[in-house]
Write a protein that binds this ligand. Sequence first.
Ligand code: PRX
Length: 677
Amino acid sequence: MAEKEVIETSEAQIAVHWKEEGYYYPSTDFIAQANMSCESVYDRFSLDNFPNCFKEYADLLDWDEYWHTILDTSDAPCWKWFVGGKINASYNCVDRHLAKNKNKTAIHYVPEPLDEKYEHITYQELYVRVNEMAALLRDFGGLKAGDRVTLHLPMGPELPITMLACARLGVIHSQVFGGFSGKAAADRVVDSGSNILITQDAYYRSGKLLDHKKKSDEAVALAAKEGQKVDKVLVWQRYPGKYSAATPMVDGRDYFVNDVLKDYYGKRIDPVPMNAEDPLFLMYTSGTTGKPKGCQHSIGGYLAYVAGTSKYVQDIHPEDVYWCMADIGWITGHSYIVYGPLALCASTVIYEGVPTYPDAGRSWRIAQDLDVNIFHTAPTAIRALRKLGPDEPAKYDYQFKHMTTVGEPIEPEVWKWYHKEVGKGKAIIVDTWWQTETGGFLCSTLPAIKPMKPGSAGPGMPGIHPIIYDDEGKELPRGAGIAGNICIQNPWPGAFQTIWGDRDRFVDTYYARYCKDPNSKNWQDWPYLTGDAAVEAEDGYYRILGRIDDVINVSGHRLGTKEIESAALVAVEVAEAAVVPMKHEIKGVEPDLYVSLKPGYEASDELAKKISGVIVEEIGAIARPRNVWIVPDMPKTRSGKIMRRVLGAISNKTNVGDVMTLANPEIVTEVTKMVQG
Ligand code: PRX
């Protein structure tokens, strides 16, 4: 309970104090061109028509063999969609577009350095490169359908090319966010059982060419310690033909993809027809324990869901230029840079670097250069762009018709700046609420049908039926405006299938809490627990308040407090560690770390720095704590539980509440003095 409270009193507080805002309406021009403008979609996707409504999404795809059973619940709550169907994701994202659109740009790639030219990869070129890479993976890598391969790639066209090459063979890719450490990559290599790691030598971030290859050496060494041998490290080069990392290549283990590819030039690989419910990829995400969970996404259900939502929520048309600024190493990039847009034959933009590099106008210049008209980003980026260049967008000649915000609650004032300045008062905004686990959007307005309301995600998507329970499992009345635990009543095709290798954890984490009958094979008995708190307003719009578990959202990136704590414990001096979310103007929250030391160790600035460094090494720079407070003791309950709620209040300078029942109330004063001065 104590651990739950700390999140509720931090993230939830931010949102709860927003008042309900008025509506903003889409323009008639937008409505006239929208892919979905008919209100009847909500009837078609009502619970009465569940699950057959999702045929509409499946029919956006090309099937090698059409499915016979739309939803199989026999292994509840591991739902199977489109059973009997055979399909290939690479075929659907590439080959099927060639007949009409082979000359169309599939990927616009924008390198970070200003003196490097944009690349425009046509669907034909993508087809050639995906085939050659698939041939390499099969014949040189020895990979076949069902094998897992770990990718640790930065933002560049090589990443989707590698993903689609895997998908062509039925190989399950597991892409690790490029900013994560070698250790984080190692954990994922081990958990997924990958014996090939695909990386890149270097990439640009804020003007610096970073050595990325060295992380793969760490990953391979650490994985070996855990008993997982990596046989080959395949290294893409940032500049083909030139090695840009300082770390040496290891003979007989490391290979330059560009060199090996020469043996496969011109090779064509038939897309392997896979079962709809075979896994397409794993995406690891943070949870309540130190160990990230490998969310397993299916081919047919996932692809149908991201294609459908890209079409109807992102409103992508053939002539649009679509830029989602997320990193492909997160689920947003998988679903809404790669699979959704490419399934629709869109032109999708990939930007290598930092949105504000070298200045606050960069993003808007890219938009102008490429004539981007659909833009997709997160509140943390919007806050940064607003802070650094509130008047920049007006200086550039671009016009968005559509914008997305995703990843964390957006403050209404930030929303209004986004609308007025970035959208120039004309673009519609969708606030899409969803998760790594859910594959695609759960709540959002349908842009031509429902008006926008700053700070609210909107109603459930067609076919997604949210429900809010209180802690006792009682359903809150619809539109009550009371905070509770938001769940989804029904399965949907985009939902992950299980946690890789840990079905029990899957059932426990997401379904056990509100399950009506653990032996039931009816989906009605298995509401999906999202782990978020939310309120539903009278109009049926949901406002997401934040996590109810030990997950925090740093710059829209999901981190488990337990994950950071266990990283801190890697430092030999540390006896106990507690992480609390601390409010931050741009990032939303930052982790603030409290540690107590083992006997015989002394607090010092060097030690604090060392502990911070250990965390960066274990997880990555995004987990770097704001402060490392070395305290004489943690505030604890009489049963010995660390009171994170109290530490959270101290970090955020809010009321610590009643502490007299603690085992050591005096420590609260001492720690407060240390932190607040
Ligand atoms: O707390 C919610 C928040 O981000 C969590 C999911 O994080 P992740 O799996 O990394 O996926 C992020 C991209 C989908 C959710 O449990 N979240 C996501 N979108 C929103 C949001 N909170 C408020 N509003 C959103 N639009």
